[in-house]
Design a protein around this ligand. Structure first.
Ligand SMILES: Cc1ncc(COP(=O)(O)O)c(C=O)c1O
Length: 426
């Protein structure tokens, strides 16, 4: 039996309609921005494998750090025990985050980092005996993960439809624009007057899985200002935007008003280890710090603060904060803006946008912009056949490359996109 048959026999892939999807490509190895398949083909990974491999694949520095740590301490229960990689990482994260965060809580993926944030926010009020602050504000079309809390704060969509009756109540607001900003501020103020809003969760500056929708830092800042004046806990979900994606280390670096809690994952370990981190302010922590055991944050995962994940994150940070990587991010951003200028007037696309290392645009089809736009498979296959991994969100094509992508590789990605734009006009 070949790999395809063995895969089909026993594996159920994520986000995949197993009946109609093409057989998955068997990848044998990867280096830098390139994936190598077992049938001898190469693919430029222009989406950093679901946005995680910020330093590309097979990075030896991170690999060696993990290998060294694996021989020393691969794991230890994190209740009642601690270890240096976790301590060092917490110190560094608190130091590089732009506001005065105080405590780092470890978990193991993006969704759990969000679950932890939501639970922290709700229990923050509960621990103080404030029982009416129970509702959460979020943005329409948001994506915060696939666990139940994360689905609840995410936008209502076909993804979570089978579970709608099981999701808790969340008030979803439209993204702020120049037109609705004042109305949104009034809405948040009115909701706050009823004194029921516990927290506000948002993906700062870019809604990722919702279609790479970008919005202004300035508008978000104004909403945060109203939220903060009304004692609403602000949660920045930087699972996608963190670690250099937007051109700054964090998207919240663009904001004046800072969140009380931030969720991090994806790029944190450079794609080497599953990991999630939720960082909170002293104020949040203080509400749990008590002689009363009932005020404990009763949350944890078996792999919480896994030492291999922590060293991978520390190593990834070493690389991210070095001048080389900072320059690579600037290079990609500059190259992206040149590419935007080159294709922005193409009749087949609309709404082209760019921030830092991310470009997105929509293919103008007769259907609405949506994850289920039928052009999606055609686009994916067109790129794959030409050795580029781009995984459109419906008719939204985006590029989110590893920072080590070479200029030639990036140009190859742009070329394939330009080829596609000619192809669809035929
Ligand atoms: C903003 C955001 N939050 C949370 C998640 C969930 O992360 P994970 O897939 O690791 O559970 C994602 C994943 O795409 C995300 O983009």
């Amino acid at each position: 039996m070949n790999f395809t048959e063995r895969d089909k026999n026993n594996i159920w892939h994520p986000f995949t309609q197993q009946k109609t999807a093409d057989a998955p490509i068997h990848i044998e190895s990867a280096k830098g921005s390139v994936l190598f398949s077992s049938d001898g083909k190469k693919y430029i990974d222009a989406i950093s494998s679901w946005w995680v491999n910020i330093h590309g694949h097979g990075n030896e520095y991170i690999a060696n750090k993990i290998a060294e740590q694996a021989k020393k301490l691969e794991h230890v229960v994190f209740a009642g025990f601690t270890h240096t990689p976790a301590i060092e990482l917490a110190e560094r994260l608190i130091q590089i985050l732009p506001t005065e965060f105080s405590k780092v809580f470890y978990s193991d993926n993006g969704s759990t980092s969000v679950e932890v944030a939501i639970k922290m926010a709700l229990q923050y009020w509960y621990n103080q005996g404030i029982t009416n602050k129970t509702k959460i504000l979020a943005f329409e079309n948001a994506y915060h993960g696939d666990t139940f809390g994360a689905m609840s704060v995410g936008g209502k969509s076909a993804f979570n439809k089978p579970f709608h009756q099981h999701l808790f109540e969340v008030i979803h607001l439209p993204l702020p624009t120049g037109n609705n900003l004042e109305a949104l501020k009034i809405r948040i103020q009115e909701l706050s007057n009823q004194d029921t809003i516990a927290a506000f969760i948002f993906e700062p500056l870019i809604q990722g899985a919702g279609g790479m929708i970008m919005y202004e830092a300035e508008y978000l800042d104004e909403l945060l200002s109203v939220a903060k004046q009304n004692d609403i806990i602000c949660i920045a979900d930087e699972v996608m935007t963190g670690f250099g994606r937007t051109g700054n280390t964090f998207a919240i670096d663009y904001l004046q008003n800072q969140p009380d809690i931030i969720c991090l994952s994806k790029g944190i370990t450079g794609g080497f280890m599953p990991f999630g981190v939720t960082v909170c302010s002293q104020n949040i922590y203080d509400s749990f710090y008590s002689d009363d055991k009932q005020k404990t944050f009763f949350h944890g995962h078996s792999y919480t603060a896994n030492p291999l994940s922590c060293v991978a994150a520390n190593a990834s940070l070493d690389l991210l904060l070095a001048e080389k990587c900072i320059n690579e991010i600037k290079r990609i951003s500059k190259s992206h803006s040149d590419f935007v200028n080159e294709i922005k007037d193409d009749a087949s696309i609309k709404n082209i946008r760019h921030l830092g290392t991310i470009i997105a645009f929509e293919i103008d089809t007769s259907e609405d912009t949506s994850y289920f736009n039928s052009i999606s498979n055609k686009v994916y296959n067109f790129f794959i056949e030409r050795g580029v991994l781009l995984r459109p969100l419906g008719n939204v094509i985006y590029i989110m490359p590893p920072y080590c992508i070479t200029t030639d590789e990036l140009n190859a990605v742009y070329m394939v996109i330009k080829e596609f734009l000619i192809y669809i006009k035929k």
